[in-house]
Design a binder for this molecule. Structure first.
Ligand SMILES: [Zn+2]
Ligand SMILES: [Zn+2]
Length: 245
């Protein structure tokens, strides 16, 4: 049996040395204020509107005094619980945009640290970390999956394995404007394919960069449950907040 832990630690060392070299060759500057020294300076990170504990205990949407949101009062979403680090606005939005469209991959490490802060406030236990999959077409065009860039350092920090072959995105579902919520959910569900062999009786943490309506997370979570997962937790860096409930 090859020593998996040794293998992982060597990989992580290579990863760290790689980024130190990149920083040396191309000194980073803050994605928000352009100050040199870091890809996202601590002052700008501190301005993020963090969601904290005053949120719906199930879906994580900010609520006054942390009560259940209106939607979860009516129907339990297809995941055990979901949380997000901050609101999708200002510097957080800029950082995620830079990670997603400008290959600013080093941001993944900083964002993974913030996800650890969120996890520290939960009682979640899980066996696997799953980055939200993107289609082969998107991955080929971008060269990477932005959720994996966050999930990989998170896996290292938590020492919990990442699994990128448990769920696939098999269909693009870009234009959904004309569909209502239920139709969109059905349409989205057919966009994912779960690999039961890797998921049955597993507790998983599904990681994504942003939750806008939550429909993508819910659809993927439903597919994971259908494939045999016993618990599905969802964690996103940011979340669009329209109004406080
Ligand atoms: Zn800054
Ligand atoms: Zn809720």
């Amino acid at each position: 049996m090859p020593d998996q832990s040794l293998n992982t630690s060597v990989k992580e060392k290579i990863y760290r040395v790689f980024w130190k070299t990149v920083d040396f060759l191309y000194p980073p500057e803050c994605v928000t204020c352009s100050k040199p020294g870091s890809v996202w300076c601590s002052d700008c990170q501190a301005q993020a509107v963090v969601i904290g504990s005053n949120c719906c205990p199930i879906c994580g949407y900010p609520t006054l005094n942390g009560q259940l949101c209106e939607r979860c009062r009516q129907v339990h979403p297809p995941f055990t619980q979901a949380r997000s680090w901050a609101q999708y606005e200002g510097g957080v939005k800029e950082a995620l945009h830079s990670l997603k469209y400008k290959s600013n991959l080093e941001l993944g490490i900083l964002l993974a640290n913030h996800l650890c802060e969120v996890l520290a406030r939960t009682q979640w236990t899980f066996d696997l970390i799953l980055p939200m999959p993107i289609s082969k077409k998107h991955q080929a065009a971008r060269g990477y999956n932005q959720s994996e860039v966050i999930a990989r350092p998170l896996s290292y920090l938590l020492q919990i394995p990442i699994e990128t072959k448990a769920v696939y995105r098999v269909k693009e579902t870009e234009t959904q404007v004309k569909l209502n919520r239920e139709e969109r959910f059905k349409n989205l569900q057919s966009a994912f394919l779960g690999n039961s062999a890797k998921l049955v009786n597993k507790k998983v943490l599904l990681v994504d960069d942003t939750a806008t309506t939550g429909a993508t997370l819910e659809s993927c979570a439903q597919v994971l449950q259908n494939a045999g997962c016993c618990e599905v937790y969802c964690l996103t860096v940011a979340r669009t907040i329209k109004y406080l409930q």
